[in-house]
Design a protein around this ligand. Sequence first.
Ligand code: NAD
Length: 305
Amino acid sequence: MTAFPVPTMPAPPVAVVGLGQLGGSLAAALVAAGREVSGWDVDPAAREAAAGRGVTITQELAGVVVLAVPLPAMGSSLDGLTVDPNATITDLGSVKRPVVAELEAAFGSRFVGGHPMCGTERSGHAATDPALFAGARWALCVEPGTELPRWLRVAEVALAAGAEVVPVTAAEHDDAVAAISHVPHLLAAALAAAAADAGPLALALAAGSFRDGTRVIGSDPAFVTAMVEGNAVPTAGALARVQAQLDRPWPELIAAGHAVATRPAGVRAVRVPLDRAALLAVGRAGGAITGRLAAFVEGWVPDAG
Ligand SMILES: NC(=O)c1ccc[n+]([C@@H]2O[C@H](COP(=O)([O-])OP(=O)(O)OC[C@H]3O[C@@H](n4cnc5c(N)ncnc54)[C@H](O)[C@@H]3O)[C@@H](O)[C@H]2O)c1
């Protein structure tokens, strides 16, 4: 097959604010991919660790500026820093509606909300892992006012870190992650607290199913609290749906859970134009974007059969 040249945009520099688990890992992944990466953190130890991994420490930010700070700090994290007026701003926060509302008010269509679906119960720069994003889904908001060329610039950073991009609206994202992340955090806490009430014998006998169901209780409580309280209404709704499931006869509930396929059996390659509705359709179908061409993106959707 003859290869033909595809016009591409030059990769912009990336500046990461907050060099903890998520930000430090992203910076390290991009340095490993040969990208120019700068960054800033209020913690001198995080700055030093990132500098040791090839990140240029600076308070002057340009290109794609990634906010990787805790949710309560999101709106103020650029205070006192110099941001290029043409920079595209994005974030990695676990909740999107409030963050998008606050940062769109500050940056207008220069802001593109995002949330990579990866991370562990560890935190801080010591938890940095350049492979954290490999194969992960990275939700990226396509709001009515989103400038698609800027969306694509952020998508390209996510792809460079090894992730697949899922186009979403902030509202749909928050409803979805309430079910698959925020409720699991609450259920893990409830399982652990109830097992502790059952006594030391129960905890001594705890093995695989307990460990898998409670892994995230090791997460920083401040992080989890900010996440569930920042997404309170969707999380309460998703929790009510779990409670309704628990009211079903147990054999019926167990069979229903067993029948759920969490990943599609097969996928179908798609090429869609850079258009809000077309991008969101890929995300809503459960698919993801894996590559970019001049006027199209490529990806996959579950194969209906
Ligand atoms: N931990 C996860 O599993 C996970 C997954 C996806 C997204 N997120 C989101 O990513 C973001 C970061 O989470 P994390 O797990 O990397 O947290 P973390 O605690 O590991 O790192 C946060 C870093 O931000 C720095 N920081 C705090 N305030 C700052 C400020 N004003 N300016 C500059 N730096 C500041 C801290 O010093 C720290 O180094 C959060 O918004 C979180 O919701 C977390």
